[in-house]
Design a binder for this molecule. Structure first.
Ligand code: SAH
Ligand code: SF4
Ligand code: F3S
Length: 480
């Protein structure tokens, strides 16, 4: 989708405004793509693979939008002339996977000299990674980071012009470039960035180092984007930020997240509003109140707890205690009865004792989450926790991880089944993966339900009777 009707003439001077500059490079890159494509006698294709979180998924939609504008067609990775990995580095295994996949691309690139490989995303913000890529993976064509993703077209044009690898990494930015192309994965729902970066510096986490300082988008830009999306058929939006509860603090005219939500609610056509991630320390009474009286904000809150031990939470620099977290949960549940709560938990943070781990099990039993993402602590170079003493032995972590997983899953199965027999509003998202005579939809609380239906229902909201809970999803029947 071309967001702006940019009138670009390549014989004019390079425009100054950053958005127009990038449309200029889109035109330029388009000519190179046309030339190469007529040389090899077929259209050029691309594949963007996303690692990591929703923020990265949204960035990948922007990459796809630009590639489409330039004249590439989307294809499977093994067919693609341009393979892009949008990387994550939150845990070490995310990095390992990228190196593995790169290794597999090498022989393919040797056979197809016109093939291009691009790397971007959080992993590229780490100097050691760039060193390693230069040394061991010199066949990569374009490398850029999280701060200059808007320059994608410019970097492609440069790669074509110079025929040399292009590496462009910025250490940080205060720039937010609006109105570039993007291509949504779903017609009826979309992520919307409301802020970038993170200032929290949880001691285990690398995100503040690779995503930079917290920057909020101007409310007007967010509201305009959502209005455009609504006009284009989007009914559900997911507001994205590492810490949405601190939205607006850095704006010239500060605005709270709750105020932003109130404005978004007024937009006609938007039927469901989701957001992530909420940091417990910044979740305000004002937000709880807005949620409690909203008919559009979904009854689901992702509220990462990370640990149930106040001692570990302090070491993690989370700035809340177990008791404060539990009080918050109580307040939310009182204001929004039946709300689904999900969380993230880290096992094996340095110095975590069996007693600390018991506190985590205890908070899981007390809150009774609808689901929880459980992670084994991963040491990230440059973070304070990496230097902490008493790193927990691997065997011990694995054992705790298993015990936690069992607890979380048993509770989730019980919690999820409470809606059995009720009728709920469902947004139909796709044809069911396992049975083409069925469709899959999502409840307000984020659970999935499969029921008989066809592709004409996709993107529609309809009542569905939840006949049977199958653990983490439902079977249902429409229209009762
Ligand atoms: N901003 C979000 C989370 C972003 S990262 C928040 O504060 O909740 C997503 C999750 O990855 C985190 O919630 C945390 O549970 C996990 N995580 C982050 N760093 C990690 C590390 N070094 N090892 C293991 N898990 C980690
Ligand atoms: Fe990482 Fe903490 Fe920021 Fe989340 S809030 S991204 S866990 S530093
Ligand atoms: Fe990963 Fe970056 Fe997201 S490190 S979790 S992709 S912000």
């Amino acid at each position: 989708m071309n967001m702006m009707n940019q009138d670009i003439n390549l014989s004019d001077a390079l425009p100054e405004d950053e958005t127009s500059r990038q449309y200029y490079y889109i035109e330029k890159a388009r000519l190179y793509v046309q030339e190469l494509s007529s040389r090899i006698g077929r259209p050029l294709t691309f594949c963007v693979t996303t690692f990591g979180c929703q923020m990265n998924a949204r960035d990948s939609e922007k990459l796809r939008g630009i590639l489409r504008e330039i004249g590439y067609l989307e294809a499977e990775e093994d067919q693609a002339d341009f393979v892009i990995y949008n990387t994550c580095t939150v845990r070490e295994n995310a990095n390992t996977r990228v190196y593995g996949r790169l290794g597999q691309l090498k022989p393919r690139k040797k056979k197809n000299p016109h093939m291009m490989i691009g790397l971007c995303g959080c992993m590229m913000q780490e100097p050691e990674v760039i060193e390693k890529l230069k040394k061991s993976y010199p066949f990569v064509d374009i490398i850029f980071g999280t701060h200059n993703i808007f320059k994608f077209a410019e970097l492609i044009a440069e790669r074509f012009a110079t025929d040399k690898p292009v590496i462009d990494i910025w250490e940080g930015t205060d720039q937010i470039v609006e109105n570039l192309p993007n291509q949504r994965k779903y017609a009826f729902k979309s992520g919307v960035n409301i802020m970038f970066g993170c200032n929290n510096f949880c001691s285990y986490c690398i995100v503040p180092y690779v995503r930079g300082r917290e920057r909020s988008r101007e409310p007007q830009a967010i509201l305009d984007e959502i209005r455009r999306l609504a006009k284009d058929g989007v009914v559900e939006i997911m507001l994205l930020g590492q810490n949405v509860n601190s939205y607006g603090k850095t704006l010239d005219e500060p605005m709270t997240f709750a105020q932003l939500l109130t404005e978004i609610e007024k937009i006609e056509g938007i039927k469901r509003i989701r957001f992530m991630t909420s940091h417990p320390k910044d979740l305000s009474d004002e937000l709880i109140e807005v949620m409690s009286r909203s008919s559009k904000i979904c009854r689901h809150l992702h509220l990462p707890v990370q640990s149930g031990s106040s001692r570990v939470l302090k070491q993690m620099n989370r700035r809340y205690t177990k008791e404060q977290y539990l009080e918050l949960v109580e307040k939310i549940r009182k204001a929004v009865p039946g709300i689904s709560l999900t969380t993230d938990i880290i096992v094996g943070f340095p110095g975590e004792t069996e007693e600390d781990f018991q506190e985590t099990l205890d908070i899981v039993r007390k809150v009774r989450y609808d689901s929880a993402f459980t992670f084994i602590y991963s040491k990230r170079t440059g973070t304070p926790a990496a230097k902490m003493k008493d790193q927990v032995p691997e065997e011990m972590i694995k054992d705790r991880f298993q015990r936690l997983l069992t607890e979380v899953q048993n509770i989730a199965a019980e919690v999820c089944s409470v809606h059995e027999g009720t009728t709920q509003e469902v947004l139909v998202e796709s044809i069911c993966d396992h049975d083409p005579s069925m469709v899959t939809g999502r409840l307000s609380n984020n659970l999935l339900v499969h029921f008989h239906g066809d592709a004409s229902l996709i993107g529609k909201l309809l009542p569905v009777h939840l006949t049977e809970c199958k653990g983490f999803y439902y079977l249902g029947e429409p229209g009762m």
